[in-house]
Design a protein around this ligand. Structure first.
Ligand SMILES: Nc1ncnc2c1ncn2[C@@H]1O[C@H](COP(=O)(O)OP(=O)(O)OP(=O)(O)O)[C@@H](O)[C@H]1O
Length: 340
């Protein structure tokens, strides 16, 4: 058993005493050894879900099990979890060794055991050469690795991470992301990983839970979320570029569903041919590919991603846009559920 969250509900009171629903009827199961990413926009309830799982926040209703044990009312220290936050929370006056060993010492683990555990965690995370240093002598990436090593030596039933890469520059984010993934695989521990970054979610997760306004809209593998988003919101949220959503009028229909087409599944055609014709409003080269912003006569804007080598049209010119009907998604409305 990994982590099981049943019917979690949590609301806060605003300063004006208005209720703010942070979590509503959330069910989430993380299998043993699974890396589950919780992703969603700012304020959607991700941190509340993680903090409730950690026991830092009490639920109004619902039940939480970790490793098959009901921990709903257990104190954070009694849940067999390790937490990692974005701000590392290292002790500045302790060396790397002492920081990693701190929790183990407090728990009275024998010294020889601690020495072995620290050496092993440091080796796994490439920190062996830094063991005698103080946090101020480390880079941001090294500090985050110390925080991970400290979390790891506890051998918890579950790892809970809240935006652990938020303070790192892009290069380090990428490297540390790979390290976290490898570490989680090697330890075979369940992990709940919170981020607002869908790229990170797709890269890391065995599965991803997309949260919006306190509810989980979809749980699935990265491929499932990309190929069959269950709502138009997810279709726009998951993917390097948001999916184009076309109202029926844009396709010359009086009524019907909203049609979704990914920018990377569109092709250019001659003006007047294909599914649509519009004017190129902007051209954004990004190496091998170029993204065109095309505005149709009814003002619908469409993103088109094409190979840069393919004779990209100039801004202001007219172009046709086409796609294979098999690549279409259909939704009840611009935010609503999938219909086909
Ligand atoms: N202590 C609190 N008191 C009042 N409202 C709170 C409190 N903590 C969170 N909230 C509200 O609950 C909602 C969910 O917050 P939460 O921090 O879980 O979102 P989040 O998805 O983690 O956001 P972010 O990505 O910005 O960190 C928000 O509307 C937030 O304003």
């Amino acid at each position: 058993m990994g982590i099981a969250i049943h019917g979690a509900h949590k609301s806060y009171r605003s300063r004006r005493k208005q209720p703010i629903t942070a979590l509503a009827e959330v069910d989430l199961h993380v299998a043993r050894g699974e890396l589950m990413v919780v992703v969603g926009p700012s304020g959607s309830g991700k941190s509340t879900l993680l903090r409730a799982t950690a026991g830092l926040e009490a639920l109004d209703a619902g039940r939480i099990e970790i490793g098959g044990r009901d921990v709903t009312t257990a104190a954070p220290g009694d849940r067999d979890i390790s937490l990692v936050f974005q701000d590392y929370a290292l002790f500045p006056h302790l060396t790397v060794t002492e920081n990693i060993a701190f929790g183990q010492r407090a728990r009275g683990v024998p010294k020889t055991q601690i020495t072995t555990d620290v050496a092993q965690a440091a080796a796994m995370l490439g920190l062996t050469a830094a063991l005698a240093r103080y946090p101020r002598e480390l880079s941001g990436g090294e500090r985050q690795r110390v925080a991970l090593a400290r979390a790891m030596v506890r051998r918890p039933k579950a790892f809970l991470l809240d935006e652990p890469l938020a303070n790192l520059d892009p290069d380090l984010r990428l490297r540390t992301r790979v390290e976290i993934r490898e570490l989680q695989r090697r330890l075979g521990v369940s992990m709940l990983y919170v981020t607002h970054d869908q790229t990170e979610a797709l890269a890391l997760g065995d599965r991803i839970a997309v949260v919006r306004a306190g509810r989980i809209e979809q749980v699935g593998t990265p491929d499932e979320l990309y190929a069959r988003p269950s709502t138009a919101f997810i279709a726009r949220f998951i993917g390097t570029l948001p999916m184009n959503l076309l109202p029926p009028e844009a396709l010359g229909r009086e009524s019907g569903p909203v049609t979704g087409i990914r920018p990377e599944r569109t092709h250019l055609a001659q003006a007047g041919h294909g599914h649509l014709t519009g004017r190129v409003a902007a051209v954004e080269p990004s190496g091998e590919e170029t993204v065109l912003h095309v505005v149709c006569p009814d003002t619908t804007r469409i993103l088109v991603r094409v190979p840069s080598s393919a004779g990209v049209p100039r801004p202001g010119s007219e172009t046709g846009i086409t796609w294979s009907n098999a690549d279409e998604h259909h939704f009840a409305s611009a935010e609503g559920p999938r219909t086909a």
